[in-house]
Design a binder for this molecule. Structure first.
Ligand code: GLY
Length: 386
């Protein structure tokens, strides 16, 4: 979601054109629209070496990113066409707000779609959907542990009685928003408690992050930190680190709590320290196959967007380093190596979804495109405010 107040002067490298990249995204989104058969499918990935989207239905965790991108296209262009398309794909997700809470991804699904939609249209139906979803998400909160259960399905499958993943920080935005827009105060308290417990248990001493924390449901005790999508339990899965930067930056924006801001900075510093020379992270910075390991453009895009916001929340000098890194990430993603070329309808190449499962390795993935577009928009807004 897009909330920015800061301004900056143009700090782009010469070879990078923000305007050109926005037009590029518009052209690619138009191509994708022409390839979707009906309005009940959401593009998820284009696998390595292929040029066609694989689609998912509303229940997939990534279903909110396509409607979210359409809202950003509407915001960027002001054209009714994008509003109509965004409404269509957003409306398709409505049943998620009224069913049983499947898992924590409700936040991604509904806030990227309905959240952006409400921000731009003030449609009261959208507000109702968001408030209902927030109440559903809160049903996954365990007060003994103090966090939201991320994956109910993993309790039995993995023997993780209560599990919380670093990605879950992203879903707190839905709760913060709902508590300030007609939902209960409890939603705010749950989000704050979840962020506190995440700081305590998912962040290691060197400010890298576990992917998953496992807790005991009877006494709330932290049992262990493990990985699901990273290389090893103690390794540094870079998308998780990016979710953490974004989540704590947003939590500071919503609460004004300095410990959340400091956490965002420390996670950002660790992320930056792990970047290779050309800036786009390997999927896990401890994969022994480096330099031949796959990259993760999605981690770069998420971090770029988060660092832009972080830079606006700090004093000018401290913010500048984060802003420069963000612009560096965006401009590296905007080079031939990472752009998808003529035939692939996605924006970006070289993301890695789930390497241990050999799934979506070195692929185009919809959330990389979503956060890339968000980062372009944030940069545009910051420069316009200068
Ligand atoms: N939230 C799941 C992922 O980052 O792959």
């Amino acid at each position: 979601m897009l909330f920015l107040i800061g301004a900056c002067k143009n700090i782009r490298p010469d070879e990078f054109s923000l305007e050109k990249q926005i037009i590029y995204c518009e052209q690619k989104a138009n191509t994708t629209l022409s390839k979707i058969d009906g309005d009940t499918l959401c593009p998820r990935n284009v696998l390595s070496g292929e040029n066609t989207w694989n689609f998912v239905d509303r229940y997939d965790w990534t279903s909110g990113f396509w409607p979210g991108m359409l809202w950003y296209m509407y915001e960027l262009t002001g054209e009714d066409k994008w509003n109509l398309e965004a409404r269509k794909y957003t409306g398709y997700l409505e049943p998620l707000a009224y069913g049983d809470p499947n898992d924590h991804d409700l936040g991604f699904q509904i806030f990227c779609s309905y959240g952006n939609g409400y921000r731009l249209t003030s449609d009261s139906v959208y507000k109702k959907v968001i408030l209902s979803t927030a109440a559903k998400l809160a049903e996954l909160y365990n007060p003994t542990v103090g966090t939201i259960l991320s994956w109910p399905g993993m309790r039995e499958k993995m023997g993780w009685p209560h599990n919380t993943i670093i990605d879950n920080m992203m879903n707190l935005e839905l709760l913060f928003w709902a508590s300030k827009n007609g939902g209960s105060k409890e939603l705010y308290d749950i989000a704050v408690k979840h962020a506190e417990k995440t700081m305590e248990n998912l962040v290691r001493d060197d400010f890298s992050t576990y992917h998953v924390a496992v807790f005991d449901t009877t006494d709330g005790r932290f049992i262990k930190g493990v990985t699901h999508q990273g290389y090893a339990d103690e390794s540094k899965w870079m998308r998780g680190q990016a979710w953490g930067i974004y989540g704590f930056t947003m939590s500071y924006r919503e609460t004004g709590r300095n410990d959340f801001l400091e956490m965002a900075q420390k996670l950002a510093d660790t992320f930056i320290s792990l970047l290779p020379n050309d800036k786009i992270p390997y999927w896990d910075s401890e994969d022994p196959a480096i330099p031949n390991a796959p990259r993760d453009a999605s981690a770069a895009a998420i971090a770029a967007s988060a660092l832009l916001e972080l830079s606006t929340l700090l004093d000018a000098e401290t913010g500048q380093e984060y802003r420069e890194t963000a612009v560096d990430l965006i401009s590296k993603l905007s080079t031939e190596k990472y752009l998808s070329g003529e035939d692939n309808p996605a924006f970006l190449l070289h993301s890695t979804g789930h390497k241990p499962n050999n799934s979506e390795v070195d692929a185009s993935i919809i959330y990389a495109d979503y956060y890339y577009l968000e980062a372009l928009m944030r940069l545009k807004m910051m420069e316009a405010g200068s």
